[in-house]
Design a protein around this ligand. Sequence first.
Ligand SMILES: Nc1ncnc2c1ncn2[C@@H]1O[C@H](COP(=O)(O)OP(=O)(O)OP(=O)(O)O)[C@@H](O)[C@H]1O
Length: 267
Amino acid sequence: MIELVNIKKGFGEKIILPDVSAVMETGKVNLIIGSSGSGKTVMMKCMVGLMEIDGGKVLYDGQDFTSMPELERKHIRRQIGMLFQGSALFDSMTVEQNVMFPLDMFSKGSLKEKKTRVMECLERVQLKDAAKKFPAEISGGMKKRVGIARAIVLNPRYLFCDEPNSGLDPQTSLLIDKLIKEITHEFNMTTVINTHDMNTVMESGDHIVYMYQGKKQWEGSNEDIIFSKDEKLNDFIFASDFLRDAKEMRQMEIFREKDWRNKLKKN
Ligand SMILES: Nc1ncnc2c1ncn2[C@@H]1O[C@H](COP(=O)(O)OP(=O)(O)OP(=O)(O)O)[C@@H](O)[C@H]1O
């Protein structure tokens, strides 16, 4: 679990996060959503220590990341996997070498052990056959999967993903969402995703934090969103007539399902 306690962040006179508290839950896909400029990226960078905060604290499973000495911070950082927006693969390295990279940097295992671990991760993202290929030879969706394999190779407890679906078609996006969700539940990771993608919100949002102008406006699950009366959230998520209709239909479906369950219980 990652806790943000009254975090504050500004640049000069400009205050971006005046006072944000939120919890990123263990074993769940935690989404940070909000319109452009609402402070999602700044919040994520503050969480991983890429930006120093001006006030408040960030706790990793109860340990105060903000005030701990650099050596202890390094220890926490070793438990963080990152999936970057553009996949950020090294073009001159094969898929296998890209996934091996964090192991070469941080693991003391033998070459054989490292290769086995790389293959395990590539198998998990169904890319074993692409091990010898270079990034230029694979699709955008495959690159994301390589990025996921690289992010999990050190068995992280925390996984951060910045816009994991950017540049992907809707079907591939859903596959990436599904994979991240499965991996999160399988390894009981605390996953934090910064996203604009409404499919991700509705399909993967175990826990969602909605940011509005640097403040936490709303939080809840993807099912809570269907019933939320928060106007700003509704305007953001259900921006079109089509989506508003879809929301009403989903509400009715849920009511019907609950009604059936109640009837079955009674009988
Ligand atoms: N290094 C910086 N120096 C000054 N201002 C910054 C810096 N980084 C971000 N900001 C400002 O902080 C605000 C929030 O930016 P942020 O990137 O967190 O938004 P966002 O919600 O992630 O937007 P998007 O969805 O477009 O990525 C913006 O007004 C941005 O200009």
